[in-house]
Design a protein around this ligand. Sequence first.
Ligand code: KG4
Ligand code: ZN
Length: 333
Amino acid sequence: MRILGIETSCDETAAAVVVDGTQVVSSVVASQVDLHARYGGVVPEVASRAHVEMLMPVVAQSLVEAGVSGSDIDAVAATVGPGLVGSLLVGVSAAKALSLVWNVPFVAVNHLEAHLYAAFLEDPTMELPLVVVLVSGGHTMLISMEGHGEYRLLGQTLDDAAGEAFDKVARFLGLGYPGGPAIDRLAARGDAAAVRFPRAMRGEPDLSFAGLKTAVVNHVRKTPDANVADVAASFQEAVVDQLVDKLFAVAEDVGAPTVAIGGGVAANSRLRERVAQTAARGGRRVFLPPRELCTDNGAMIAAVGAHVVAAGGAPSGELLTGDPGLPVSVVHV
Ligand code: KG4
Ligand code: ZN
């Protein structure tokens, strides 16, 4: 079964072909980072226009790289939310049009569910329940995945998302946009023990990053000659501490044999290192999706599409009106 997955929820225009829900035979991502960098963040109107320009070339390239044509595709899956409405509409309209032309089902995919499925693309044999910390630019959640389509939300940020904290701190430190990769690179040269920033919400399943961001700002204002690499490394360590503590506490509570990370921040080097070390010490299996599957991509969308089709080909409406257990406002398109 060959699924074309389309992702346009934010600032990446992406398409991929996935075979049998696990083999990524092509994955093309056109990033709009350069377009948005001068504004210091994603500008929705600019994003949707760029999706209109880029989507068809990206889809065409994903088919060429997969060595298939439209008539070989069995279903078209696209992100329907959450995300920027104007951007989502571009991907959904294109996916619906392609599904009509090719006479195959259109599958509506929840973007957050897709981040969870990135783990299955690499290791379809993962044991459940699986506890995942989903850390993206817009969301930070601890989710127990108990079956395909069965999720329990065990904790979430009460204020900023982890990626948002990276982006805001990076902007404050003058490191540009997107902030996560910039801090990741700079922190490698800094001392993570240089500044002891606060670790919020100890002993709670929920998370918080707004106070940490303020602590960084206050520290730099009070210590203007602070070494920026040290501040970046110390900030990153505080974020990672919080994520790792909560991920493993929750995994212990629900008795999950396996933990995983997903979303853009899961590309962070220090987070990956600490999650791997902690899992090894506690005898848990861990899954760290490859970096390119952590940030937004079409393959994770196709992976969800494949599971939906395999589970009886649920028509597109089902994910929109059903309750997949993810407390996100799915946009109706
Ligand atoms: O999942 P994603 O690509 O898009 C959303 O669904 O939001 O996540 C984007 C977020 C941004 O905030 C970006 O700064 C962060 O992921 N990010 C990182 C790294 N790479 C991307 N954060 C920390 N370290 C990284 N290496
Ligand atoms: Zn995402």
